[in-house]
Structure formats: structure tokens, C-alpha cells
Design a protein around this ligand. Structure first.
Ligand code: PGA
Length: 254
């Protein structure tokens, strides 16, 4: 895997935005569309701000961009400010020229008995759009990617995980407590792109900043491949993965 270390979060975010911009340019030139897997959370906020700046400066069009978000709380209303649909609308979609029917977020209002079908349909849409040109990822303190939370699954089963409903891990709920006004108020479920769906992307950009991510980053890069640390499974797609870190997040690397 390539690992790029930047002085600080601002520089890493700028590099990530510029990587996304060139991915879009190349994919649109080659296939008349770019298909992006997008992430939410604190880490990519600045990346989206840079993409919006590039768009405003006339250097980046989203007309031929199709996006699929990595995850969404479940159940949640799209207008709930804590939903990832609202996050994407506020930080990116409402500021750029992406056609609404090309910006997809898993639906937090789908009836429970149809949640699995909806997730399978999301995987099918991605495949029918030609697959993801780039999946943008963050990493949780527990090593999750998307909401694929650590567990004891055998490697082969973990690598085959599709997009699906999941229960959130305690560490994930603790980290989301501020947004929800307390750990016990965090929505306990989510829909997430599966490990298989993430690994199928033609390229993967994983961004991690801050000292609190250093341990998970070091284990994901240098430890064994195990679903106890889902980000370690990126080792199975090593030639297609780029890590962008700031110095504090890289502190545990040799
Ligand atoms: P964060 O989350 O960017 O809010 O730290 C990253 C993640 O959980 O994937």
C-alpha cells in the first residue's frame, strides 16, 4: 500500500481533494463518468470544502460524477441534521453541480423488512454504473471502515461481506456521542457498504488524521489481516490503496 504522510490535517485534506479531482478528470475522459464512493465523519469535512472551492473556481465539474455514500445511520430521516444524507447535502451536494439522481446515500427510512433488499440494490447500482473508480475512506479508532465493525468472522467471510444492516460498536457509539447528545442516544444501527463492496473499488483512498487514529493506523498497516481490525483487510487490495496521513496519525508507523 502507498502511504503518504503530510505535515498536518490541512495539507493532507488538500492532497486528498486534489487526488479526487484527478480521479474524476481521468475517469470522465476515459469512460464519460466518474463513480465515487464517499465517506462522512469529521475527517473528510475539509476535503469537501476543497472540492467545493475547486468547483467554484471552475476547475471541477460534477455533471458526470455519480456518488455512492459509504454508510448511513438506521433508522434516520434524511432531513435529520445527524443523518449522512444531510451531511453530504450541507457539505457537498448543495454546493456543486451534481444532478440529484446521481448522488446516492443509503436510505435510512427504508422499511426494516426491506433493508437487506435495499442494500443489495445499492451494490447492484454500483456494479451497473461500472464499479467505483475511487472509494474514499476514514478509519474508526476501533479500525472500522464504513460501519464494518470489528468482529470474530473468519477472513474469507469478512472479505465477502456485502452492503447490509449492522449494529454499531461501543467505541463507534462513544465517538458519535457528541453529535447525538450522549452515548445512549446514538442510533444503534446503520446500513453500510460491505467489505467486499469497498474492496471492489478500482482505487481506495483512506485518510486518517490526529493522534487518536495512530494505533488503528499502525495495526491496519503493520499487523495481521483480521476482521478484529477491519481496515487491515485493505492489505488484500494493497496495490490499489493509498493512505494519506498527517504526522500525528502516522506516529505509530516504523
Ligand atoms: P471520523 O470518523 O472522521 O469522524 O474520525 C472516521 C470513521 O469512523 O471512519
Amino acid at each position: 500500500m502507498s502511504v503518504l504522510v503530510f505535515e498536518d490535517q490541512a495539507t493532507a485534506s488538500r492532497a486528498a481533494a486534489s487526488h479526487i479531482q484527478s480521479t474524476i478528470r481521468i475517469a470522465v475522459a476515459n469512460r464519460h463518468r466518474a463513480v465515487l464512493g464517499l465517506a462522512t465523519g469529521a475527517t473528510p469535512r475539509r476535503v469537501y470544502a476543497h472540492l467545493v472551492e475547486l468547483h467554484r473556481a471552475g476547475q471541477l465539474s460534477f455533471r458526470e460524477v455519480i456518488t455512492y455514500n459509504l454508510d448511513e445511520y438506521y433508522p434516520i430521516q434524511p432531513l435529520d441534521p445527524r443523518s449522512y444524507r444531510a451531511y453530504m447535502h450541507d457539505l457537498l451536494f448543495s454546493h456543486v453541480n451534481i444532478p440529484p439522481h446521481q448522488a446516492h446515500v443509503l436510505d435510512g427510512t427504508v422499511p426494516e423488512k426491506f433493508a437487506d433488499q435495499h442494500c443489495a440494490q445499492f451494490d447492484r447500482w454500483i456494479a451497473e454504473d461500472g464499479g467505483l473508480d475511487l472509494q474514499l475512506l476514514g478509519i474508526g479508532r476501533n479500525g472500522h471502515i464504513g460501519f464494518n465493525e470489528p468482529g470474530d468472522l473468519p477472513l474469507a467471510e469478512a472479505l465477502a461481506l456485502p452492503t447490509r444492516f449492522v449494529e454499531l460498536d461501543t467505541i463507534t457509539r462513544r465517538d458519535a456521542a457528541r453529535d447525538f447528545g450522549g452515548e445512549d442516544r446514538v442510533i444503534s444501527g446503520a446500513l453500510t457498504l460491505g467489505i467486499a463492496s469497498i474492496l471492489a473499488a478500482r482505487s481506495i483512498l483512506i485518510l486518517a488524521t490526529g493522534a487518536r487514529k495512530a494505533e488503528a493506523v499502525a495495526r491496519a498497516l503493520g499487523g495481521p489481516m483480521t476482521y478484529r481490525l477491519p481496515a487491515s483487510l485493505l492489505q488484500s487490495a494493497a496495490s490499489r490503496v493509498i493512505w494519506m496521513l498527517d504526522l500525528p496519525a502516522a506516529a505509530g508507523l516504523p
